[in-house]
Design a binder for this molecule. Sequence first.
Ligand code: MLT
Length: 242
Amino acid sequence: MVVKVNLELTASHAVKAVNRGDVIIVIDVLRCSSSILNALANGAEKIVPVMTLKEAYRLHVEHPDFLLAGERKGMKPERFDLGNSPLEFTQCKVAGKTLILTTTSGTVALSRSSSAEWVLIGAFLNAHAVASKAIEVAERNKTGISLVLSGKKGRFSLEDFLCGGAIAARLPREKIELSDAASAALLAFKQAEDNLCETVMTGEHAQHLVRLGFKDDVEFSSQLDVFKIVPVYADGVITLTR
Ligand code: MLT
């Protein structure tokens, strides 16, 4: 069976992927997916993504031992323990902890994908691992794969598109059929691969983060295949197991 690989350019199209019954890979390179990966790699027990600050504060009242993490306009909201810088999620801060995470676009893409049977979280950092897991699940369940790009406030993001291409490049060619959008992402990634960080840096969101003083986050998040882990979003919670 050939697995169809689709790509949705913004989070608002996640519903199409859900309706197709595809295994979804949510991508928000800068910085939600990369933060989730580094938090789980450093021993966070689980992450509860929520859409609004209000929900985050309310959940924290119910669970004062959970850490509040995320951003608005790139910065740590008032009374939060952590911002949305992947580099903040160190072992010393997150090991054994549950995190409540709210970000401008990444957690929205997750929420829009949440009714899918399988929602995986992908970034450059785990491109190979998430591609392997997605093809395994898609073949087992006889479904397609959808790369869902979070984008930024409903708009297309260069780095998410390149990451979709990086993941497509790591899927076994003989087992897949790419949609035109997925093919375009693959072509773009191949063009950028040798200068990935420099190319990501040219993007609007990367430039915004650099202006805020988060250049290190862009550099960290532009690394390929650093982690072998695959976060899974199910029943409202992100963990490494399912
Ligand atoms: C988001 O979800 O909108 C991003 O992760 C924003 C950011 O760079 O923190």
